[in-house]
Design a protein around this ligand. Sequence first.
Ligand SMILES: Cc1ncc(COP(=O)(O)O)c(C=O)c1O
Length: 360
Amino acid sequence: MNSLISYPAHVAALKPYVPGLPISAVAARSGIAEDRIVKLASNENPLGASPKALAALSNAAIDLSRYPDSDCAALSDAIAEFHDVPSDWIVVGAGSESVLSNLVSTLLQPGRTTAYAQYSFQAFVNAAQKLGASSTVVPSPDFHVDLNRLADSIDPSTALVYIANPGNPTGTVVDPDSLEAFLERVPAHVVVLLDEAYFEFMPADLRGDSVAWVRQHANLVVTRTFSKAYGLAGLRIGYGIAQSGLADVMRRVRSPFTISEAAQIAAIAALGDGEFLERTVAMTNQGRTALTSGLRAKGHRCIESHTNFVLADVGGGAAFAGRLEKHGLIVRPVAAYGLADWVRISIGTQAEIDRFLAVL
Ligand SMILES: Cc1ncc(COP(=O)(O)O)c(C=O)c1O
């Protein structure tokens, strides 16, 4: 940091967000050809993007000299129809991460607190820290969100409670009945952010009807993304669902023009690509079983995951990732979460998992 410039203490304390290494970076430093490198580090879709999204993009005549629709009107209408809610309940963002940040900016400031479970998604934690808000972190000794302790932690300074369901990097879920009871317990002036980035990978019997909960609770925001199951991570597109009062304030806080026309067109088409979604989820379910049992067979503890990744104790995550990188495999160390012994491994295709297990 430039020592002549003084930064607010909460900015000086920010830790960099450490993303999964790009394939090009690993190729450059290992000398391995890009097409021999397997990236299992960012929970992307190994089948690629939704074919319907790709077709819509190749047929679209996008005028790059024009700003995109800042209001994302057509996409908001499509998402609203998909969930059977009014269009003004939809807040689109450049990735669901930007919707999380948008809500954080809407509600938090120094003196206001956000509460969340230990091992919560780092981008959310950073977004709150950036604004100088305080955090109450509820322990998760078994890697699950303890909803009772989270509700007990709410005090007069609490403005926002964050729950990722399923969680990242844990992959664990909260039981829908307990979540519903939790929502009843939270005071109406405290907003709950339910981050469902991995919703599509959850088995049907573990899913709650989160959109119905939004209808019941004016203080609930549910977020979803096109980055994971729909395979559009590179386009940056996600959304939140909230009743119109809160959604309206979030849209005012959102920066204009951050969502490209390409992203809006692709997302509309992806919403109608149920076939690709099914294929993705089926492959992920099979791959998760293969990956988890392969890791366990080597003596590594794995947390039961309901997502497209697995959290595994490999006894030194950074060194393990470094060894795999020499074989052209990228996995994600999670020391930033206080889990120095663990790595998070995204579920690839069967061939990618076979290669990972062979190297293991
Ligand atoms: C729990 C969780 N929420 C939100 C996101 C943000 O994803 P995106 O901004 O690509 O929608 C991620 C991405 O990894 C995530 O793991």
